[in-house]
Write a protein that binds this ligand. Structure first.
Ligand SMILES: [Zn+2]
Ligand SMILES: [Zn+2]
Length: 231
């Protein structure tokens, strides 16, 4: 079932003139007068309703507070506040799905990193090993922070949206972590040689690809849920 329209959309798309010849025995339910050339009937094209009223009578009556059919009481449109609420709910579903997909991708890059580490184990000297351990730790930290931010928008929680300032801060932190990790993976790759170097560079480009997706996700969080710009 499609969601109920907003008031402007209802007026524009769901109200149509009655085309059949005027029947003088049928009266407008709002003013009890018969239809005439200056009191033309229009009907609401809403599933299960389609009731007709005098055009001028109906338009005078429509308001945010009066959003249902006077005859059958079906909801015709949503009040602006409810409509905004619905739009946010839909954006929240998309954002939750985006986070899930991104966590899945991060998991996958994480698995590539640990597979690489097993292959590189014997070839890493003390210094590179320490740097690499830092990467692994920060990578785990990134996944954890990502999960924490995703949880803020989780639909299981019926609490209101978190305050936009805090959300921006959390997203900026995530972006920074992505950036640092990208640099560090590059630095370690720099110090490796042969196939191990190439493999780590490949993993780094997969990681960059996930990071690029993050930018779009952050944009959808800020624009879709808060109506602001992410930059
Ligand atoms: Zn009706
Ligand atoms: Zn009327």
């Amino acid at each position: 079932m499609s969601p109920a329209p907003s008031l402007p959309s209802f007026i524009q798309h769901n109200l149509h003139p009655v085309r059949s010849p005027l029947d003088p025995s049928i009266h407008c339910a709002l003013c009890s007068s018969p239809y005439t050339s200056t009191h033309q009937p229009i009907f609401a094209d809403i599933p299960g309703c389609r009731h007709a009223f005098g055009r001028s009578c109906l338009l005078a009556r429509l308001s945010e507070a009066d959003n249902s059919c006077p005859t059958c009481k079906r909801t015709w449109f949503l009040a602006a506040a409810d409509y905004a609420q619905q739009a946010i709910l839909r954006a929240r579903v998309i954002v939750a799905r985006d986070f899930k997909a991104m966590l899945h991708d991060l998991d996958w890059v994480g698995a590539l990193l640990s597979a690489w580490r097993e292959r590189a184990e014997r070839r890493m000297d003390g210094e590179i090993r320490t740097e690499y351990e830092d990467i692994v730790q920060d990578y785990a930290g990134l996944e954890k922070s990502m999960r924490r931010v995703a949880e803020l928008f989780s639909l299981r929680q019926r609490n209101p949206l978190p305050e936009v300032g805090g959300v921006r801060e959390a997203l900026n932190d995530l972006d920074l972590t992505f950036h640092e990790l990208d640099d560090w993976i590059g630095e370690v790759a720099e110090k490796m040689e042969g196939p191990l170097k190439g493999q780590l560079e490949d993993i780094r480009s997969d990681f960059c690809w996930v990071w690029q997706g993050f930018d779009g996700l952050a944009g959808r969080v800020i624009a879709g849920l808060y109506g602001e710009r992410w930059s």
